[in-house]
Ligand binder design. Sequence first.
Ligand code: CA
Length: 234
Amino acid sequence: MVKILIIEDEKALVTILKYNLEKNGFETDFVTDGKKALEKIKSYYPDVILLDWMLPHLSGVEICKILRHDHALRHIPVIMLTARGDENDKVNALSIGADDYMTKPFSIPELIARIRAILRRATPKIEKKTASYADLTVDFEKKLVQRGKRVVHLGPTEFRLLEVFLEKPEKVFSREDLLTAVWGHTIHVETRTVDVHVKRLRQSLNAGKEIDLIRTVRSMGYALTHSDNKKHSS
Ligand code: CA
């Protein structure tokens, strides 16, 4: 059964979420305190985390950052829940490593659609066990990405994006292609969200200052390529 961990200090919302998620066939557990959240994540080992932005002791943002730097936990998808409606906060949530974002009050069917979409995204589609391109190697079973000997740390959405790029190296994927391949048709995602995740993927791939493997093709989209890229400088 798919396990969902609710990290939320608003007890009434926890009750509603637990009830509805369990009714929809998910197993749930919850924690209301930021400081206890990490222990709970390690012991419960959820498939998806619903993470409130404002929590006592340790904020959702801090928790998300810690997760994305933890080798054992970084692949767990995170949906941020927040009272903030600001577009910048949305981009911030994605850029610190959340995979999706919902503004309170949100509809339960919408949340469930997003959880299902994220689970599809987290499941590898490639039949191959490994793939490589230039100095990049990916082990899909172990979810291990390396450039040369350097291990690249990717969140689940970035991993899925890379998987799509690796299906056809050097092909230019439009934002719409990537949206469909990574997020599916069932939920509405803005094309700017694609840009944020590609940016995160690029930063992780180039963290060792290697040759940039992602090419931005103006007004067209993105491609995985190393042929005419300059050394990454930002
Ligand atoms: Ca809160």
